[in-house]
Ligand binder design. Sequence first.
Ligand code: FE2
Ligand code: FE2
Length: 328
Amino acid sequence: MSIKINPQEMISVPIERLDFNQRALTNFYIRLSSEKFVLILKTGQRADLQQIKKYKDQSVFDFWVHISEQETINNQIRSVAGLEYPSDCIDIDSKMEVLSEAIDTLFAFSSTNEVSEEVIQNSIQVTQSVVILMESHPSLQDILTTMTSIDDKLLKHGMATSALSVMIAKEMGWRSKVTLEKLALGGLLHDIGMKAIPLEIYKKPLFLLSDDELDWYKTHPFKGAEMLSRIGLISPDVISMVMQHHEKAGGQGYPQHLDLKDIHPYAQILSLADDFADLTLPNPNCPEPKDPRHAIEHLELVKGCPYDPLVFAALKKIVKRVASGQAA
Ligand SMILES: [Fe+2]
Ligand SMILES: [Fe+2]
């Protein structure tokens, strides 16, 4: 049922910028005519994602909220993407320059285990750049080549995992910019907990770690989630991604040994992107990286494919296209 509201009291918010995986922070309306609005989602309710998709299919691109809720909405959007840095301000031609400038301080090992707000703001900028990069430059081979040229090990791995996560999600038909930016941010920051483990452990290949050192190493998802929680700016979805990026089907992963159904859907994508990046980019665990096709075979035959089947199928499709010479 429509209600009459003074349009001066309402503001529009692009649907693409809203996160419907969380409960609604305020009432959302659709505008029918200049003064008529329909309440479609109440504060605290969960959105029906199918219904949201239907609105978009019907060319409804904005929802409306009461002007008094503007700050609440801005905070939610800022917590994911940073309103201060709108995507269209980024010069696509200099995308890699933008990335390298923004990431200068990102993964510098500091004397403390804290993540500063500056690091988070930079991460958010990098995240937006990753999503834009994937929109303008989406070939798997290009991404791998670009990432190989980055020196810092943690940064290279984070960037590659970030880009691959977005690529897989897009292949699965995920379109929400907010979701893609969360995936990119989670991908970028997923190993930030490595900053909290001793450097000599971090530097060693996994197969050389003693049992005690391995126990230390395996704390990094939890330590990373803890660091990011303390900042207070990062969405709970991203924190779950960081916490769960080593969880695998059948409870084979760590630190919580979760079953696939209990792993956050974004973390399921991240987990595969993480393993694939490890196999295809040079790093101490894999000094001779595999080509994408052999990496897929390795994940299937050696690792036993402990991933969500739909997520794995999406990556396989991307790799198949690369192998057959089509753009990924
Ligand atoms: Fe990790
Ligand atoms: Fe990783």
